[in-house]
Design a protein. Sequence first.
Length: 206
Amino acid sequence: MQIKAVAFDYGKVICMPPDGSVWKKIASLAGIGWDVIDPVYRRYRLDYDRGKFDAAGFYKKIMDELRINVDDDQTLKAMGELDLGSWKNINPQTVRLMEELKNSCLLVAILSNMPYDFLSQARKQIPVFSLPQISVFSCEAGAVKPEKEIYQFLLGRLKCRAGEVVFFDDLPENIEGAAAVGINARLWVDIKKARGDLRELGINLN
């Protein structure tokens, strides 16, 4: 089946991984170590990406769960802004690949778990968000990866069959979710592997 579209996750695929120092800064505002915060962060992160909280509300949920009293709204807002700001360092190699695919008349898409706060900033501040023809974000789709509904939503937007779509993500569970609905899902390791994966699927770029 001929490939017609290539979709990319955002975090750690289109953007670089966050600088680890950001988590230490957030933890210092709470007065505890990030190792204490991290398990609770992960527990509620998909709800944040689903749009249930804003950034300050997300961190309030975490602090409440840990029974840490942070009544200062400015502190919670600062935690959220540090988090949001850490995801804005774009990988130019990924952008170049996206541009090459688009110039080769393939559909290019972003499929990402993403909260409203970040999305509203990114659409104004990050040029790559205007590059894809199709963008699907969890907070707007009402589903998160690896739920099958978000992949089906992507296919509907692309107007493609699953076998006509390639999807890159850095998380194995999200690759498994995409593969379960028939999408050609490939784990993102680096740009070299991604280009090799595309060649194996019959996409040859200059």
